[in-house]
Design a protein around this ligand. Structure first.
Ligand code: HEC
Ligand code: HEC
Ligand code: HEC
Ligand code: HEC
Ligand code: HEC
Length: 446
């Protein structure tokens, strides 16, 4: 039984030939800027991605190869529709993963959710895109409304496994969010400089083409600072980190005073302020987002520490990780999403929503005030032990990205009033005002 369920009208395995598609280098002569943005993106690396390749191998061994076509359909659509994959020798254009000519040959959507990757393809001389009046001597052009809508992305960013478990719900969550209601598409945040909303990018889409108010960006960065690092894609790695830093807002609620031996309850509020889907999204059973909370006294003595990473690279147990946990046939947690039969838990943060995480600790005797609270929202693309199992221990360290950081302090309630033990808030404001004055002065009389 093939796990690939195809929608009526879509193109199946081996129905096309790879020479019906042109390599990205053929487009770069005229679309040089767009090409340089796409080149190095996770789309351009969707097939060669070493993490994907390792997971594919595990999935393939697990299912005696029956899953391969399903996985490959999104990661090398030309490979599968040309019949080169699975099993055969892949041409250059198939190895380019999600590339120019495949995306711009999409001529329809056969129904997201009805089947796997329901794109309808019409390869040939017509390039379909967002421009209503555009002319090229190299190819024909055709306006495609689909390319300007989330449905275009949703055909691949919505993954139902063969048991019918929705393992990637990015499109669906967006569809049910206020972003969709307001008309904000994936393209507005992922193909414009705005990151969390639309911002125009004036320019030319091809050499010699007219100047336009907006040309879409093709970096397609998400949150992947791990594989982009392995593949030395520095621009895309940096952009992923910048994007992660714009996704969430954080606040701490802690008492301003607490005496020795007093029990302190700390609340950390995390809001998904910038993403049109849950954070994290995509293969969210593999991604990890969590809070690291550190409390120290004025001598730097650790009072409380949660969410730190131990020597093995594991997150210290006991903290909630904001991701999904999938269940296998016996209801046990599994990261093998192709086998999953249920979703055991989903602790991700929906768009515009806030979650509260509580931490409790007590102020030890003999503490040196003030007590400092530091909270970091951390993200990494995969748990270290998963990567160690796949690649061998010591091969790749998964980078931890700091998405947001906040600090607060707790003072001695018995300290005489007006005599803070450190330059307090007031003093900080004064220092800040002084520096502002100095800067203004410098600017004026330079
Ligand atoms: C993942 C699919 C995808 C890939 C890969 C892709 N594009 Fe696009 N491209 C789009 C979408 C979607 C739009 C329209 C976005 C919008 O509405 O802002 C677009 C827009 C364009 C445009 C119109 C310019 C404009 O004003 O925005 C050109 C030209 C273009 N792409 C060329 C290319 C070339 C060349 C490549 C390869 C180097 C490429 N694309 C790769 C999806 C893709
Ligand atoms: C000889 C130069 C040249 C080459 C090579 C070329 N294009 Fe274009 N393309 C253009 C020009 C010029 C336009 C019109 C741009 C405009 O009006 O702003 C264009 C427009 C487009 C559009 C916009 C269509 C629309 O209606 O929105 C897409 C998509 C596109 N090209 C994709 C590609 C892809 C994919 C390749 C490689 C297979 C490619 N082009 C190769 C010159 C070229
Ligand atoms: C033909 C299928 C396909 C289409 C259409 C598609 N994508 Fe993707 N996209 C993928 C695959 C596969 C990956 C994962 C590649 C990898 O990590 O190996 C990916 C990765 C990404 C990433 C990077 C994720 C990360 O973790 O960094 C972003 C962002 C993204 N896509 C956005 C979009 C947007 C926006 C659109 C619509 C304009 C779109 N994609 C259309 C298949 C597709
Ligand atoms: C309001 C802006 C916004 C919209 C709309 C939006 N995104 Fe995102 N996207 C973000 C931000 C910010 C991040 C980084 C935080 C994160 O990883 O979730 C992100 C991350 C991602 C990632 C990487 C996820 C991960 O954690 O590995 C993918 C894939 C992605 N987006 C795809 C999409 C698709 C597909 C759509 C449309 C269905 C979409 N996005 C709509 C802002 C947006
Ligand atoms: C319907 C399209 C689709 C299918 C089918 C699919 N994927 Fe993906 N895959 C994606 C998209 C989109 C992403 C990007 C989401 C993200 O970054 O979190 C992705 C990301 C991944 C990643 C993360 C890569 C990285 O660099 O972090 C792995 C691993 C992966 N897929 C493996 C597989 C395997 C194995 C299968 C088959 C069991 C499979 N995929 C089937 C669309 C698909």
């Amino acid at each position: 039984m093939s796990p690939v369920v195809l929608a009526v009208g879509t193109i199946g395995h081996g129905e096309l030939s790879s020479d019906q598609f042109r390599e990205a280098s053929r487009c770069s002569t005229c679309h040089g800027i767009i090409h340089s943005q796409w080149d190095g993106s996770m789309h351009s690396n969707a097939y060669i991605d070493p993490f994907y390749q390792k997971e594919l191998q595990v999935a393939s061994e697990d299912t005696e190869g029956s899953i391969d076509e399903f996985c490959l359909r999104c990661h090398t659509p030309i490979g599968v529709t040309s019949g080169e994959a699975p099993g055969g020798e892949l041409s250059e254009v198939s190895r380019e993963g999600v590339q120019c000519d495949i995306c711009h040959s999409v001529s329809g959507n056969a129904g997201i959710g009805s089947a796997s990757a329901p794109f309808i393809l019409s390869p040939g001389n017509v390039q379909r895109g967002p421009l209503k009046e555009s002319k090229s001597t190299y190819h024909e052009t055709r306006y495609s409304k689909l390319h300007t809508k989330s449905e275009f992305c949703g055909m691949c960013h919505y993954v139902n496994n063969s048991n019918g478990v929705l393992v990637d719900d990015t499109y669906k969550v967006w569809k049910n969010s206020s972003y969709s209601a307001e008309g904000t598409q994936c393209q507005d945040c992922h193909m414009s400089p705005g990151v969390t909303s639309f911002e125009s990018n004036p320019g030319r889409s091809a050499s010699g083409a007219p100047k336009r108010d907006h040309i879409s960006l093709h970096y397609f960065e998400g949150a992947n600072a791990f594989v982009t690092d392995i593949l030395d894609e520095e621009t895309h790695r940096r952009r992923a980190i910048e994007r992660l830093k714009k996704a969430a807002a954080m606040n701490i609620k802690s008492p301003s005073n607490a005496s020795e031996n007093e029990y302190v309850g700390l609340e950390v509020l995390v809001t998904n302020s910038g993403a049109g889907h849950k954070i994290p999204t995509g293969v969210s059973e593999i991604r990890q987002m969590w809070l690291e909370v550190s409390v120290t006294d004025d001598n730097g003595k650790q009072i409380y520490h949660a969410g730190n990473i131990d020597k093995q690279g594991d997150i210290k147990p006991g903290i909630q990780v904001f991701n999904t946990v999938l269940g296998d046939g016996n209801g046990n947690p599994t990261m093998k999403f192709w086998n999953a039969e249920s979703i055991l838990s989903d602790d991700r943060i929906p768009p515009k929503e806030t979650v509260v995480q509580k931490h409790n600790f007590s102020i030890p005797e003999g503490v040196e005030y003030p007590v400092y609270v530091n909270v970091k929202l951390q993200y990494r693309s995969a748990p270290q032990d998963v990567i160690d199992d796949l690649f061998g221990k010591g091969t790749h360290e998964v980078p931890v990205i700091n998405m947001a950081e906040k600090s607060s302090r707790i003072n001695d309630p018995d300290a005489p009033p007006g005599e803070p033990s450190m330059p307090g808030f007031g003093a900080n404001i004064l220092i800040l005002m002084f520096s502002v004055l100095i800067i203004v002065h410098y600017r004026k009389y330079r």
